[in-house]
Design a protein around this ligand. Structure first.
Ligand code: ATP
Ligand code: MG
Length: 536
């Protein structure tokens, strides 16, 4: 099996701002210029002392030669300062110590003074240079720490692994100047290389798959700058936390002549980067696991809710049907014709209830799987209301149902079977959640581009904060938890109406009960109604 796959470099982080950490590498000019300054400084001092010489004693002049040494040590380090001390002594001897303009000294005691001058100069130069180095190191560390902090805040804000790796690699390159790639294994232990475009077999790609695998398996650093395989082009560092190795960070070696300090500094930056990568990868992976666990728990909860309510909802009408059929079979002769007809009505009501439940379940499946196809016909909404009322007539019993229709009701292009399902659900709710003696009102209003249908009951009503939630799948109102139901009906109504380009909403009625409002567009975009009308 192919061991490597290459992930394309994404351009998403092109706009991220990076702060470059100052490089400690110096050019030849930067290295030698301080010696030039030392030379010029000593010459200028000598000229000045020569001009005003008589005003100074030899001791004062000698002390003044310490000045360039100190300043150069603080500014440029030990080398230029020592150089200034050397040429300072020579100039002092040549121009001021008798015999003048000769390198000989008349008094041997001057030699002791020169030696002391040089010792003092070297000591102060080395102390000042060390101080300077400490300050530079502290500044550098502060810069690195703040660059790493910037990076950590950037990666903390995202949970997309690709973006996180992108960010770390770009920081390594732009902020610290290190070329790097990250190798991460997938579930089949196939390594993915971020972010190069060439394959691992490409001749320009110096990453060694065997070394990557070894580092990943052993969790140890290998390659350039380490004891093992030190002449390799790359440094391979495991991306690891205490308990886990997540992948391998591969850094291009760069300059082989780097001194120990530079290597130490580089290693600490690289360790910090790979530590950050490890923590971030661990976080992203944990987040993903938590998300999956949460989804699993949610779907488990839904499954249990579905099974609970469906088994309950099916069992109730089923046992009613079985009971009624059993009585009819066993004791048929004992029942009067009226009682027989009542038992048959009970059976029909139970069967209708089961039919509604099964239709709702099927509707839910079709909606969720995107398989809901509308078979629109030009339909008279009043017919659909009539059919829906007939479907629930057993539950209506002696109730008063008032239907208000406008004098002119245009035809609308709807899937009559589905809209009937909507009305059956809404009307059965009105019946279910209101008193047996209370009336129900159905009203159709023609608006400019839509039909509006209100179903109003005088029942237990609905809390204002539940008006939206009742359209969620399996949501059941607090007030109605004791009344059997699955919480599916309104979710399906919403789905069906949305597919028609319409809507459904609920609100508490002004005095008592609930009002459900349904809208349906009169014409659809394709003018399907008009076409259908002509066909009638
Ligand atoms: P089923 O899936 O069997 O219809 P259900 O009636 O509980 O069960 P929905 O029709 O989706 O489910 O209704 C969701 C919730 O909305 C109900 O549990 C109820 O709390 C509330 N509700 C719906 N219609 C009314 C109404 N007319 N009056 C008061 N509350 C209502
Ligand atoms: Mg319902």
């Amino acid at each position: 099996m192919e061991k490597w796959r290459v992930i394309q470099w994404t351009k998403e982080f092109e706009t991220t701002r990076y702060r470059k950490v100052t490089s400690t590498k110096r050019t030849a000019w930067q290295q030698f210029a301080p010696y030039g300054y030392a030379f010029i400084f000593v010459i200028l001092l000598t000229i000045m002392l020569w001009i005003i010489g008589p005003a100074f004693t030899l001791v004062n002049s000698a002390l003044l030669y310490l000045l360039p040494v100190l300043l150069l040590a603080v500014r440029f380090g030990f080398g230029p300062a020592a150089f200034a001390a050397g040429i300072g002594v020579i100039s002092f001897d040549f121009f001021f110590v008798p015999p003048i303009f000769q390198y000989t000294v008349s008094d041997a005691r001057y030699l002791v003074s020169f030696a002391i001058f040089l010792i003092v100069a070297f000591l102060t130069a080395s102390l000042a240079a060390k101080l300077r180095q400490r300050v530079t190191e502290a500044n550098e560390k502060e810069e690195i720490a703040s660059a790493l902090y910037d990076l950590s805040t950037q990666v903390a804000a995202t949970s997309d692994l690709n973006r996180v790796l992108d960010s770390i690699i770009r920081h390594a390159k732009i902020t610290f100047g290190y070329e790097a790639v990250i190798c991460l294994p997938d579930q089949q232990n196939l390594f993915h290389v971020y972010p190069r475009n060439e394959t691992i077999d490409s001749p320009v790609n110096p990453i060694d798959p065997n070394l990557v695998t070894w580092v990943f398996e052993h969790g140890q650093t290998l390659g350039l700058g380490t004891k093992e395989k030190k002449d390799h082009d790359y440094l391979y560092m495991p991306i690891r936390t205490d308990s886990n190795v997540y992948g391998v960070f591969c850094f291009v070696g760069g300059n082989a002549t780097q001194d120990a300090e530079a290597t130490k500094r580089k290693m600490s930056i690289i360790s910090a980067l790979s530590g950050l990568a490890a923590v971030t990868i661990a976080r992203v992976q944990l987040e993903e696991e938590a998300k999956t666990a949460h989804l699993l728990a949610e779907s488990e909860k839904l499954r249990t809710a579905l099974l609970d309510s469906i088994s309950h909802e099916l069992r109730t009408p089923l046992s009613t049907i079985i009971g009624a059929v059993g009585s009819l079979i066993d004791h048929n002769a004992l029942f009067s014709p009226k009682e027989q007809s009542e038992l048959l009505s009970t059976i029909r009501e139970g069967a209708m209830r089961m039919n509604r439940l099964v239709s709702n379940l099927l509707g839910m499946v079709r909606l969720e799987s995107g398989m809901l196809r509308l078979h629109r016909h030009a339909t008279d909404l009043s017919d659909v209301i009539g059919v829906a009322l007939r479907q629930v007539e057993d539950s209506i019993g002696q109730r008063q149902i008032d239907v208000f229709l406008p004098t002119y009701l245009p035809l609308i292009a709807i899937d009559d079977v589905l809209i009937e399902q909507v009305l059956v659900n809404v009307i059965s709710n009105a019946l279910k959640y209101s008193d047996d003696a209370s009336p129900i009102m159905i009203q159709v209003i023609v608006l400019e581009s839509e039909l509006m249908l209100h179903v109003r009951d005088y029942g237990i009503g609905i809390a204002i904060d539940e008006c939206e939630r009742i359209f969620e799948k399996f949501y059941r109102g607090k007030k109605t938890s004791r009344i059997p139901g699955t919480g599916l009906g309104l979710a399906i109504c919403k789905g069906i109406l949305q597919a028609h380009g319409g809507s459904i909403s609920a609100r508490p009625a002004p005095d008592q009960g609930t009002i459900f409002s349904i809208t349906l567009p009169i014409t659809d975009d394709r003018g399907e109604v008009e076409v259908a009308r002509r066909g009638i």
